[in-house]
Design a protein around this ligand. Structure first.
Ligand SMILES: *Cc1c(COP(=O)(O)O)cnc(C)c1O
Length: 388
């Protein structure tokens, strides 16, 4: 059954690459020991973790492997960065800046900080989803301790100029965090080039296992420390206690390695598939609008509004294509996505928005077939509407 479904939801998660699974298997069976154990098997597991840490550190441009702190994913990394910095720097100031279009893994920790007495500025974005450097600059105050701006947006695919924004903060000695869950492994990503202090990454968006990610914590951070979310054993320099998930960590490193190796070729292939999908759909259906920036976007990502076609109705009519509505599901009702609304997209267009995420395992034939099916059902839904 599932093999008949065309999977175009690669920004929600990805199928694990068989090469990643292969790298992980020995650490699920033979080399199962706790990397904290003193015996020879523990040493074997520890070596695997440290090799993976070194690989990831070097692939993201960290200056030392100890700057990579393994977490359960980007949600935890975002929480650790935001709450950890707020806790550690509360004496220095009580102001945090982020965007209205951030992932809930950033927005919700910020809202919690507000409940605890911090002030948070949520910067708006333009029609393309980009924040302006001037807006950031004028929002900075003497009390600002942290700025968190995502690298690539999960819903609209837009890629922020993180390097320019981080430079503004660096000049003033303000810490800069980026949620790079959608960026690392998909577009060139390097913490040194970007000049960020903290960055969240995750494996399952890049053909690795779920439940593993990391927070890059730069050595330039004052005291090299942020306050941990959990208390326990001293793992991960005390910043993230708990027995390490060795197979997942090994898989994470392998997944990132493969993405970087294939980055250029895959970027070209996915961009071509994306453009083919869009032009094919537009040939068949009028009133198809692209949301977000036309060029500054993730290679395989499309956010499309199809005039007069409710995303929910379209998805119900398409059990054979796995895609995502550009809407968040709250208590069973489909609310227009706050991210789309933040761009200035009217609510009815927002409810007619789908997200297409083309990935490594999608073929040109699949992409064409999916566009064809979407066109077919969109026209059918429109026909039904105009008939009544
Ligand atoms: C997927 C995603 C997250 C959450 O990552 P998990 O590893 O699933 O916790 C956070 N931010 C962005 C931008 C994402 O796309």
């Amino acid at each position: 059954m599932s093999h008949q479904v065309i999977y175009l939801d690669n920004n929600a998660t990805t199928r694990m690459d068989p090469r990643v699974l292969e790298a992980m298997l020995p650490y699920l069976t033979e080399y199962f020991a706790n990397p904290g154990s003193a015996h020879v098997l523990g040493a074997r597991a520890r070596k695997a973790v440290e090799d993976a840490r070194e690989t990831i550190a070097s692939l993201v441009g960290a200056s030392h492997p100890s700057e990579i702190i393994f977490t359960s994913g980007a949600t935890e990394a975002d929480n650790l960065a935001i709450k950890g910095v707020a806790d550690a720097c509360a004496e220095a100031g009580d102001h945090v800046i982020t965007l209205t279009t951030e992932h809930p893994a950033v927005l919700e920790p910020c809202r919690r900080l507000e409940r605890e007495g911090f002030r948070v500025t949520y910067l708006g974005v333009d029609w393309h989803g980009l924040v302006s450097a001037e807006d950031l600059e004028s929002a900075l105050t003497a009390d600002t301790i942290l700025v968190s701006v995502m690298h690539a947006n999960n819903e609209i695919g837009v890629v922020q100029d993180v390097g320019a924004l981080a430079a503004i903060c660096k000049e003033r000695g303000i810490l800069f965090h980026t949620d790079a869950a959608q960026a690392a492994g998909k577009i060139p990503f390097n913490v040194a080039t970007l000049g960020v202090d903290l960055a969240s990454i995750t494996a399952h968006k890049i053909y690795g296992p779920k439940g593993i990610g990391a927070l890059y914590v730069g050595h330039g951070l004052p005291g090299h420390r942020i306050r941990p979310l959990l208390d326990g054993g001293g793992q991960e320099l005390g910043m993230r206690p708990g027995t390490l998930n060795v197979p997942a960590i090994v898989g994470f490193a392998k997944a990132l390695e493969l993405c970087i190796e294939e980055l250029e070729e895959e970027t070209q292939r996915l961009t071509k598939l994306r453009e083919a999908f869009l032009s094919f759909l537009r040939q068949r259906v009028d009133g198809v609008q692209l949301n977000g920036h036309p060029v500054r976007r993730l290679p395989g990502h499309l956010s499309l509004s199809i005039e007069g076609v409710e995303a929910r109705a379209l998805m119900e009519a398409l059990p054979d294509v796995a895609l995502s509505a550009g809407a968040a599901c709250h208590a069973g009702t489909l609310m227009p996505s706050p991210v789309l609304l933040a761009l200035g997209i009217p609510p009815d267009r927002a409810s007619s928005t789908i997200r297409v995420g083309i990935g490594r395992f999608n073929t040109a034939a699949e992409v064409e077939r999916a566009a064809d099916r979407i066109a077919q059902e969109a026209l059918r839904i429109r026909g039904r509407r105009s008939a009544c």
